[in-house]
Design a protein around this ligand. Sequence first.
Ligand SMILES: [Zn+2]
Length: 134
Amino acid sequence: MTSLDKRFHEYFESIDRAGDDRCYLCRRTPAEVKAFFGFAEDGTPLDAERYGIEDVVLYKLDIMSYKGSRPICAVCQLNFETIFLAGDHHVLHRVMSEVEHERDRLWSDSDEPEETPDEENESTEEGSRSKAEE
Ligand SMILES: [Zn+2]
């Protein structure tokens, strides 16, 4: 299998698993990822003159990865790298838990201060938190 064949194989396998050609995490399409980074669909810079990057071309490989379990875009890759570099794994897990289990609180219209975790003084022991609401 040539390198190009291998890329196509990875791409279609990944799309098969995911159902469509979007980032698994943020649902951006490849075109939306390109636009996020300031590139047109064909990979040419949208505002090239302003930034002096006329010769920069964005390739498909730079915007989406199809080698993992699901397609992941470059925006999410960079965001997660930033989180991991900051050592914020536990914050990421807490946010994921909030999104999964605390939808009503997150999207409430109420300005009432509910029990929100204190970033500075928080213990890293997730298991020690008590569940007050029943
Ligand atoms: Zn993404």
